[in-house]
Ligand binder design. Structure first.
Ligand code: ADP
Ligand code: ZN
Ligand code: ZN
Length: 659
């Protein structure tokens, strides 16, 4: 018996392989994943054809044996689903199967899983849903029962008890012998949710599937899926690609998070893929957030999506918000700490209450500059300045390159070097100097290698063993710290000027999420928002005004500028090691696109080519072009007309790009 195998190697034609006798006990089928030899490697492929015998010509090429056949969990919709996402991302189906199989790759080293105590389902009986929660659960249960594709947005203010709704729906779905896919935007959140859910679901039904899990744990999930047991799977990106025959509900928490888009090409957006999956499988999907995305809220208005609201916190009250300018000339102990913030921190320390200080920049300061010749120390491989870190090192946040901090200017040898901007490390030093008796910790996640320290800090803070926690965006989402009564936002407008259509949306969501950490279970709390410039967005930095004030204004801006959700947007990125080459390729690509649009009378705007703010990473230069139209299908037609043109640069396609 022979199988024709589509190999993961790009530009390779499918090859015939012989299936040895010992593998034939298992029925081989089209779309099965197989491991085959190719030169000196063993690689993954997908079966695209099966023959009992081959023509003499084909047989002389089929000299090698299949090494192993992967048992795929049964899933009747899987092939259709994978084809749909391959069409959406304009890439080969095999790419997704390769991603899926990566976890069986022995080379990847992963940390040990954290200890979990499963209490089981009895403990859950103590929670009584509020009337508001119960009403929402009852509505959503109907969609789960009926097995219908339905998108629902759960807009629940911070601390309103969205998790209790998820839990009730999980219980219900499992009771129908169906599985739940529960996705969160970061591994840290996946870990903390798994801990929370372990209090009410047994180890037989609750599984994590993400980069912090060991290969053995992931294989266990695979076996459970092969056995078709109803389960809850928590993860970030990978679970959405798992074959699950009995999936009955998909929940996307923090649905506004841009982290659902992967960093590397093809930039898969797990939320978008989940929507495609829910549609293909005819199951309901629930998108929860305290700050729902503009796109989702707009779909409620235009596409019949359901909207459920939790407008009150379960315990605690909303914080009082105070705006403070950093540019006033008042005398203060440190430029970065206004007198208002200083006094508020002092007050919390006296009352033994906790404070969070948020600054969305890692490192000590932004960069080093020479005041004599204006030279800035930059990365040799990326188009960014090096960030100053503690202990006299400079590092590149894009490629990881580090060097010793210079004592003289590299250009003019002057000693007049100054550090500009502020990062969390410097903020920590400032706070320690201003409040020497306070117990202070910094929780910004540089790399996954530091995840253990990060988790320990989060735990110590939750337990009340710290007074002040300083952090970047990793502390903003989802975490519940009951004793926090003060949140200080050090530099609120730092990310307002990023040149991307939804930059303000992300900045506002982030600020509201961090502000939402205050007053989770106390009658009073404060958020002090420091900023360099006046910005009308800061005036409506109250989550209760999110839909009525901020969203309405933002939507109007999008309408006037023709950006999503009014039009569909696709990003084309060209990459090459030579800047002149990528530049030429981008110009030619735009010409070809414009030509096709003119000849065929398509309604598509072509924006660019643009040199991105960071146009070189690891010595690879890039240029971007945006395609904008009412119709995604028209954009695909246009893209297909240029996709396979010969050009030195690589071309990447990203639908619905996030910043
Ligand atoms: P959200 O995810 O909406 O920010 P959480 O789900 O974390 O909020 O809920 C905030 C707090 O309120 C948690 O400590 C949670 O246990 C509690 N809570 C919410 N609803 C209930 C309920 N019905 N009964 C008991 N506690 C609840
Ligand atoms: Zn100089
Ligand atoms: Zn670099």
């Amino acid at each position: 018996m022979y199988v024709l195998v589509n190999l993961i190697h790009r530009c390779r034609k499918p090859l015939w392989y012989h299936v040895p006798l010992h593998l034939r006990e298992r029925h081989v089928a089209i779309d099965d994943v197989v491991i085959v030899p190719l030169r000196k490697q063993t690689i993954v492929g997908v079966v695209v054809d099966i023959r009992v015998a081959l023509s003499a010509q084909d047989r002389c090429h089929a000299t090698k044996d299949v090494i192993a056949i992967q048992t795929m969990p049964p899933d009747r919709f899987y092939a259709v689903f994978i084809k749909k996402i391959a069409a959406y991302y304009q890439c080969e189906s095999i790419y997704f199967l390769m991603r899926l199989r990566q976890f069986l790759n022995k080379k990847r080293s992963v940390e040990c899983a954290s200890e979990l105590t499963h209490v089981g389902s009895e403990a859950d009986a103590t929670v009584h849903l509020t009337q508001e929660q119960q009403a929402i659960v009852e509505q959503l249960k109907i969609s789960v029962d009926r097995n219908i594709f339905e998108c629902s947005v759960l807009h629940g203010v911070t601390g309103s008890g969205k998790t209790e709704i998820y839990k009730a729906l999980m219980h219900h779905t499992l009771s129908l012998k169906k599985s739940v896919l529960f996705l969160v935007p970061e591994v840290g959140l996946a870990l903390s949710f798994q801990k929370k859910l372990a209090q009410c679901f047994s180890a037989e039904v609750l599984y994590g599937f993400h980069s912090s899990k060991t290969i053995a744990e992931k294989k266990q999930v695979w076996h459970v899926l092969v056995a078709q047991r109803p389960v809850i799977i928590i993860g970030v990106h990978l679970p959405i690609l798992l074959p699950i025959n009995n999936v009955g509900l998909i929940i996307i928490d923090e649905e506004h998070a841009s982290h659902y888009q992967e960093q590397r090409h093809p930039k898969i957006n797990t939320k978008d893929v989940a929507l495609i999956r829910a549609h293909a499988y005819n199951v309901p999907i629930l998108l929860g957030s305290a700050t729902p995305s503009v796109a989702s809220l707009h779909n409620v208005e235009t596409k019949n999506w359901k909207l459920y609201t939790l407008s009150e916190r379960f315990g605690g009250h909303f914080p009082k918000i105070k705006l403070v300018s950093l540019t006033d000339k008042k005398k203060r102990a440190s430029f970065w700490i206004s007198n208002e913030l200083y006094m508020a921190i002092d007050d919390r320390l006296a009352k033994k209450e906790q404070t969070i200080l948020f600054l969305n920049r890692r490192g000590h300061s932004f960069f080093i500059q020479c005041t004599s010749c204006s030279f800035i120390v930059r990365c040799h491989a990326c188009s960014v300045s090096l960030t100053v870190h503690e202990h006299g090192t400079l590092s590149c946040h894009y490629c990881g390159y580090t060097m010793r901090e210079p004592t003289l200017c590299i250009e003019c040898k002057s000693e007049a070097l100054v550090k500009k901007g502020v990062g969390t490390q410097q903020l920590e030093n400032i706070i320690r100097a201003l409040f020497p008796s306070a117990r202070v910790a910094r929780a910004d996640l540089d790399t996954t290698a530091k995840r253990r320290t990060w988790e320990a800090t989060m735990q110590a803070f939750t337990a009340g063993d710290l007074d002040i926690m300083i952090g970047t965006q990793t502390i903003t989402k989802g975490h519940n710290f009951p004793r926090v009564t003060l949140v200080g936002i050090i530099w609120a407008d730092i990310d307002f000027h990023v040149p991307f259509f939804n930059a303000t949306e992300h900045a506002v969501q982030q600020l509201l999420q961090v502000a939402g950490r205050a007053g989770r279970s106390t009658p009073y709390s404060d958020v002090i928002v420091q900023s360099m410039t006046q910005h009308d967005v800061l005036e409506s930095l109250d989550e209760r005004l999110y839909r009525s004030a901020w969203y309405v204004q933002e939507l109007e801006k999008r309408r006037l500028t023709n950006f999503p959700p009014y039009k569909r947007l696709v990003e084309l990125e060209l990459k090459h090691t030579n800047e002149e080459t990528v530049h030429q390729d981008a110009l030619e690509l735009v010409l070809a696109l414009e030509n096709y649009v003119a000849v065929h009378g398509l309604d598509v705007d072509i924006l660019g080519p643009a040199k991105p703010p960071v146009y070189k990473i690891k010595n690879i230069f890039s240029r971007k072009i945006y395609l904008r139209s009412i119709s995604f299908q028209v954009i695909i037609v246009l893209y297909k007309s240029v996709k396979d043109h010969k050009r030195p640069s690589s071309l990447f396609f990203t639908p619905n790009p996030q910043q």
